[in-house]
Ligand binder design. Structure first.
Ligand SMILES: [Zn+2]
Length: 441
């Protein structure tokens, strides 16, 4: 199949201007070939492997996700693709730090803060401060939007002393859950204190942590562009999921994540196969299976720091395409549709097709900011997620029942083909989607 298409491709090129009839043949041949590469049988083969019980729900830091990574790498190896950037394999490895508190003491205004009333966010083995020098002070007052204020503080690139009004006591207690989480290594410390008082006149902090380094990896492949090597188009999906939990009524404890997001990963692998055979991309294409999406998008966050976001022309993040959308088969939605004109470009390329993209019908769910497209979108990239998931009624979302039997292989193949076809003018360099407004840091 590979050679056949290449030969036809070369012949067509040679007679491009003189034999328009051959050109027509090429297009019909290409149309045929897409069905040979992206079809329900192939979708099922990949889906079945990624969502099998053998992969144990693909949770980061488990053998199950390593098996999935190896499988994805093996698939990339079958095609004529290159390693990405400075990587010397299909794996883009990075580590995170898990800090287990051994001892901690916080004093404000010379009073010891009770153990349950502070939380220290740090990846340092030992922390000692005797004043608020070098700390920014943030107050989360009684009437403040706690959830909105607290989230960004965890990843802040500065020391912060966060004074939280006791009115938020119930939600504050949940911060404890964060202490068992792995984080990117950071030289900065954020201290969260539940207090009825205002800004303290004196402050002391002494803590020791036991650190454990935990390794993660994205799986990445690249298809260099013919003429616009420094302009990237990204196809992505996340291959991690939730692992093994409590058994349900059917004694099933494995969160297979067939739809979330073995489906998107399947899309990435089939697109890698398709474009590597087509081999006519003017722009460079990057295919990436992200890790640790479910933990907080760590894979895509790391990936986004390893390339120049200004060079990324478009990102197609594929997230849960295994079930029918609310409009039925042959349709999917694009998150953040109005934030760039990428959706319109994709639609125009599908003008002669039965397939249609729609704007995200669940705007209240903030889906644009809840998947792996978010990091690059914040940097101005037209980075959108494509999905069919009915977020108001998707029965098996984040349950043990998210299994291959609940998915529609034919429809998935149609969606993946539609993504391939709709991206053609972006890949050829003819269309460049408008940029998304950058988020303020
Ligand atoms: Zn999920």
């Amino acid at each position: 199949m590979f050679n056949g298409l290449m030969v036809r491709n070369m012949i067509t090129k040679k007679f491009f201007f003189v034999h328009s009839i051959l050109l027509l043949c090429f297009f019909s041949a290409a149309a045929q070939d897409i069905d040979k590469i992206i079809n329900a049988t192939e979708v099922e083969r990949i889906e079945k492997t990624l969502s099998s019980d053998d992969m144990q729900g693909r949770k980061p830091f488990t053998p199950g996700i390593d098996k999935a990574a190896d499988f994805i790498a093996d698939e990339f190896s079958k095609h004529k693709l290159s390693y990405f950037g400075k990587n010397n394999s299909w794996f883009q490895e990075f580590s995170m730090i898990k800090a287990k508190p051994l001892s901690a003491m916080v004093l404000i205004d010379r009073d010891t803060v009770p153990a349950g009333n502070f939380y220290i966010n740090s990846t340092a083995a030992s922390i000692d401060y005797t004043s608020t020098d070098g700390f920014e002070i943030v107050q989360i007052k009684k009437d403040a939007d706690y959830g909105k204020m607290i989230q960004p503080l965890f990843d802040a690139k500065k020391n912060i002393l966060v004074l939280i009004d006791t009115a938020h006591a119930t939600r504050f207690k949940r911060l404890k859950n964060f202490s068992s989480r792995a984080r990117f290594a950071s030289p900065y410390t954020q201290v969260f204190i539940l207090t009825a008082s205002g800004v303290p006149t004196s402050f002391e902090l002494h803590a020791k942590n036991e650190l454990a380094e935990q390794k993660l990896k994205n799986v990445v492949a690249m298809l260099p562009g013919k003429s616009k090597k420094n302009e990237y188009v990204i196809f992505s999906g996340h291959y991690d999921h939730l692992g093994i939990g409590k058994p349900n009524a059917n004694q099933d404890s494995i969160y297979n994540g067939a739809n979330d997001d073995a489906a998107g990963t399947t899309g990435v692998l089939l697109l890698a196969n398709y474009f590597s055979r087509l081999k006519n991309n003017e722009r460079t294409i990057i295919f990436v299976a992200f890790t640790a999406e479910e933990m907080g998008g760590y894979g895509s966050r790391y990936f986004s720091q390893q390339l120049d976001a200004d060079k990324v022309v478009a990102m197609f993040n594929i997230e849960m395409i295994g079930t029918e959308s609310k409009w039925g088969t042959n349709s999917a939605y694009i998150t953040g549709y109005e934030k760039s004109d990428m959706g319109k470009i994709l639609q125009a390329n599908l003008a002669d097709s039965k397939f249609h993209f729609e704007p995200d019908p669940y705007p209240k769910q903030n889906l644009f900011y809840r998947s792996d497209n978010a990091t690059l979108a914040a940097l101005g990239v037209p980075a959108h997620s494509i999905s069919t998931s009915k977020m108001d009624s998707e029965k098996f979302y984040h349950t043990q029942e998210d299994e291959i039997e609940t998915l529609d292989m034919n429809n998935m193949a149609e969606i993946i083909k539609a993504i391939a076809i709709s991206s053609k003018t972006i890949i050829s360099g003819k269309d460049t989607p408008s940029r998304v407004e950058k988020a303020n840091d």
